[in-house]
Design a protein around this ligand. Sequence first.
Ligand SMILES: NC(=O)c1ccc[n+]([C@@H]2O[C@H](COP(=O)([O-])OP(=O)(O)OC[C@H]3O[C@@H](n4cnc5c(N)ncnc54)[C@H](O)[C@@H]3O)[C@@H](O)[C@H]2O)c1
Ligand SMILES: O=C(O)C[C@H](O)C(=O)O
Ligand SMILES: [Mg+2]
Length: 604
Amino acid sequence: MWSLTKFVASRLSRSRRFFSSVIPRPCIIQKRGADILHDPWINKDTGFPLTERNRLGLRGLLPPRVISFEQQYARFMESYRSLEKNTVSESDTSHVALAKWRILNRLHDRNETLYFRVLIDNIKDFAPIIYTQTVGLVCQNYSGLFRRPRGMYFSAKDKGEMMSMIYNWPAQMVDMIVLTDGSRILGLGDLGVHGIGIPIGKLDMYVAGAGLNPQRILPVMLDVGTNNLKLIEDPLYLGLRQPRLEGEEYLSTIDEFIEAVLTRWPKAIVKFEDFQMKWAFETLKRYRERFCMFNDDIQGTAGVALAGLLGTVRAQGRSLDDFPNQKIVVVGAGSAGLGVLSMAVQAGVRMTGNAETAAQKFFLLDKDGLITKERKNLDPAAVPFAKDPGLIAGLRDGGSLLEVVKKVKPDVLLGLSGVGGVFNEEVLKALRESGSNRPAIFAMSNPTMNAECTAVEAFKHAGENIVFASGSPFENVQLGNGKVGYVNQANNMYLFPGIGLGALLSGACIITNDMLQAAAECLASYMTDQDIEKGILYPSINSIRDITAKVGASVVRAAVAEEVAEGYGKVDPEELAYMSKEETVEYVRRNMWYPNYSPLVQKK
Ligand SMILES: NC(=O)c1ccc[n+]([C@@H]2O[C@H](COP(=O)([O-])OP(=O)(O)OC[C@H]3O[C@@H](n4cnc5c(N)ncnc54)[C@H](O)[C@@H]3O)[C@@H](O)[C@H]2O)c1
Ligand SMILES: O=C(O)C[C@H](O)C(=O)O
Ligand SMILES: [Mg+2]
């Protein structure tokens, strides 16, 4: 029972926590001298004050002048901006993007505090470089760019050794692991060990967007081989040059890794990222009831898309209850497309109470065209969305996207196919004729070249009245006469930070559908009617910490309501349950790490 004494004690302990987060906490270290300068977690470069230089054996190892954090920051930004200015006329955009990534990565390797501060303050400019889209290019060129390892690598050759290997990670605690096997990196296919760039980029977004402590995150590559022949034949390829493990061999390798992780850090959250569809679904089914994990491509994407679809209904001037009447054509029946449809159906069922009709207005296509009940060898996950061919006259199994758009006359066209340009001029013009008062286009495939269409193409061919969202960033489109076609970035980056932080701070033992649903609904309700009328479905990424505080709090509250919250640190589930909505947001906000130089104290 919740007692008054406990209540007062909890308030006191909360205020103690509050004060301790304002006064910089000392960081206890065991290193000394040059070792400190080579450790990006604690290095301050020329920012070490003289007292610390004396105490830590740094005197003489640095130029004599002490440069303040603000000066270091300004100096970095100046060199970054001058690179930008000097390359503005270069036609090779990928060369410029990689140069920008390199300059940020060098800082990341040297001084994490400064790196994360510049990232947080300039997230809108830097997210497209350290995350989607440049991260795709980085993965494609990984062997050439590799200088210094980051994260951990477990391979098929490490079977039997993973339990001891996990103890090689230098940090005592890990809160969040992002794991990939490199088999479906963005829309770029199997990139093998080069896919490590994705967990690194995602975790950078966790630190910037959710305030996870960078000393408690771990990017992991599970190298089970690659089926990309070009990589296997490349003598400089850094991964295993063998075909991917399959079947039981594959699953037992993942099992071994998971067991090792949970033995060392039983409360770590594991986010699965960019696994090919069969393993994405299989591992989610295998693990989701056993420990705190989620699949970002299936579940994070679904929440962001659902928030955008609900925003679209509002942008069309309809009531939210009208959502189940939206005709939605989804192109791509993979992990992301099926994840989106499943969550949209769950939302429809909640609104109508009718499971039979909830999927009726949703149409699904894969590389072989429209999926109907006549489809042979249909993946079980796609079965609920297979249409009766007689539903609309002229619809047939394998029907092309153009045929489907002409016959169905959808309100929404949503692409998660990984194929650039499939929303071509004809398709977009057919959507314009659909009769929807404000059709929406979600070209969600990444990176930019894999987007189903560009923003300019969408506004040009489907009309100026559309709502547009893409997975990778595009500039807003100038429509003439001062009118602007707004571009939204429908990317799971809006939700995974909040899902992860909410799971961590509630101490959830698993991540439930209700927690994911709460996250999506929170994001959907973030936007004002004025923004939505303009076609703005998602907030600016500049507000990512505020979004994450609210999303994270809704995840915490859902975890408590479902009784899967076990508490975090000294905050027990009862205390979580007692918090009001606002207090929960405050609790999440207060637990976000923020980059400041801490006084370093050497352990004797
Ligand atoms: N914006 C986001 O937040 C987000 C999130 C997850 C995935 N994605 C992107 O979505 C894409 C797909 O990811 P996934 O995990 O579902 O991949 P997947 O490989 O599991 O599925 C791809 C699907 O597209 C279908 N397809 C291929 N060519 C097609 C064509 N010409 N027409 C219609 N369908 C076609 C395939 O049959 C398959 O069903 C990737 O580009 C990925 O980057 C974006
Ligand atoms: O990585 C992204 O930008 C989103 C998504 O997880 C993807 O796989 O494309
Ligand atoms: Mg992904």
